[in-house]
Design a protein around this ligand. Structure first.
Ligand SMILES: [Zn+2]
Ligand SMILES: [Zn+2]
Length: 431
């Protein structure tokens, strides 16, 4: 028996007529506050010979009066209804539904816990992989520095040894010369001493040529020696290291053959700008804005590549990577689905990533120079503010197969002088 059942059963007892032992029918209350069915108490009193009394407490009343009790009548109705079959069925259904809904909720929570645990595992696994990757990148730099240091120190040691060797030989020659000079001095002294006693028949040679030739000073340039190592060694090493970066900034050029006819390329193919004489015509076909494009001369399908693009204060552009296979004259949205992974600028400050739909990028400071990173193995295309190397956006569903750097100058607004897009090269000659 549930606690609800217990309550209901004691309420049922309270609402049971002591005469007919059934739930009250049309209940009335006597002055003693006991209740009976109107019919039961009337019949009971009709059978009484003496004064009216309560069959329960035996209290006698001066007259046969009772009061209708609507409150009790209502409660009786409720108890009757709650004991009915339909009510029970409804209640059971409600309980069952509620139970089922909690069971489903619990199932959902358990699923979410499972998913969270899987995510925790993924975070740990990816974190460990990234940890290894970061370590190996820095290890490569450290190894380069260690090798450079060893090489510079080795050269320093060899130069020092060569100079010491030369000084040793110079000293040796000087010792020989001293010895020879002393020998001559001895001979000459002897001759001088003997002239006092005898007439010298034969004079020893006075102006003899010494057999040991010694230059006055060893030809050692200490200044040149120290200058080589008193150099801005960190910068020299950094420049050498820069050339060994993998990937370092690639010196891209534009591909003339893929340039839209209304684009002008510089002689060194590192600058592209809209040809001024084509502007009035192009402004009428503004909807073909993305067709005003050019590819990089170098395509990539393996390895990791990074290049930097100067956009200066241009107010609109699209740039990134395009699959070799795309039709660049077709009017399509620049999105990975169509073979483009791009970043774009419109109206001077509306940056977005070329997803479908666009992903707006709220940038605090407008980048003047964009770094593009293409990792063919990981199929990743990332964009950086090349001045701060702040990551702007990264596509993780990058190209499969040959892809080319992609640039669109867009059509400049009327009255605005077309601004170029430049491929940045680092002036690092051979060291
Ligand atoms: Zn009764
Ligand atoms: Zn009574």
């Amino acid at each position: 028996m549930t606690s609800d059942d217990k309550k209901r059963s004691s309420l049922k007892e309270d609402l049971t007529c002591a005469i007919c032992c059934d739930l009250f029918t049309d209940p009335v209350m006597l002055a003693c506050m006991h209740h009976f069915c109107r019919a039961c108490i009337s019949t009971y009193w009709r059978g009484l010979r003496g004064p009216a009394s309560c069959p329960q407490c035996r209290r006698e009343f001066p007259n046969r009066q009772f009061q209708t009790n609507y409150l009790v009548a209502g409660m009786v109705e409720k108890v009757k209804a709650s004991s009915s079959n339909t009510y029970q069925k409804n209640l059971q259904k409600q309980l069952k539904d509620s139970l089922e809904s909690y069971r489903l909720k619990r199932e959902d929570y358990l699923n979410m816990i499972r998913q969270d645990k899987e995510k925790v595992d993924i975070i740990k696994r990816v974190g460990a992989e990234l940890w290894g990757r970061v370590q190996s990148e820095f290890q490569a730099l450290r190894q380069f520095l260690q090798e450079e240091e060893a090489s510079v120190l080795d050269q320093l040691r060899r130069e020092q040894e060569a100079m010491l060797e030369e000084m040793g030989q110079h000293l040796e020659r000087l010792q020989g010369a001293v010895k020879e000079a002393e020998e001559r001095m001895r001979v000459l002294q002897q001759a001088a001493d003997s002239t006092e006693h005898t007439v010298l028949v034969e004079l020893p040679e006075v102006n003899f040529r010494p057999s040991v030739q010694v230059e006055k000073e060893a030809e050692i340039d200490i200044n040149a020696f120290s200058s080589r190592y008193m150099a801005p060694l960190q910068y020299i090493t950094w420049r050498r290291m820069f050339k060994h970066l993998k990937p370092g900034p690639a010196p891209l050029t534009f591909d003339v053959d893929t340039a839209h006819p209304s684009l002008c390329l510089s002689r060194d193919k590192t600058t592209v700008v809209e040809c001024e004489e084509m502007l009035p015509y192009r402004r009428n076909v503004k909807r073909f804005v993305q067709c005003i494009n050019v590819l990089g001369a170098q395509g990539f399908q393996s390895g990791r590549h990074y290049w930097e693009v100067g956009v200066g204060n241009k107010t609109k552009w699209d740039l990134g990577v395009a699959l070799e296979a795309v039709n660049r004259q077709a009017r399509v949205k620049l999105s990975p689905e169509n073979g483009y992974w791009t970043l774009r600028l419109r109206n001077g400050n509306e940056y977005s990533a070329g997803t479908q739909p666009w992903t707006p990028l709220p940038l605090v400071s407008p980048p003047q120079c964009i770094g593009v990173f293409l990792d063919c193995e990981e199929r990743r295309v990332s964009f950086y503010n090349a001045d701060s190397m702040l990551l702007l956006y990264s596509f993780s569903d990058g190209p499969q197969g040959q892809a080319f750097p992609f640039f669109s100058t867009c059509v400049s607004e009327r009255g605005q002088k077309p601004q170029p897009i430049r491929l940045l090269h680092f002036p690092l000659g051979p060291i």
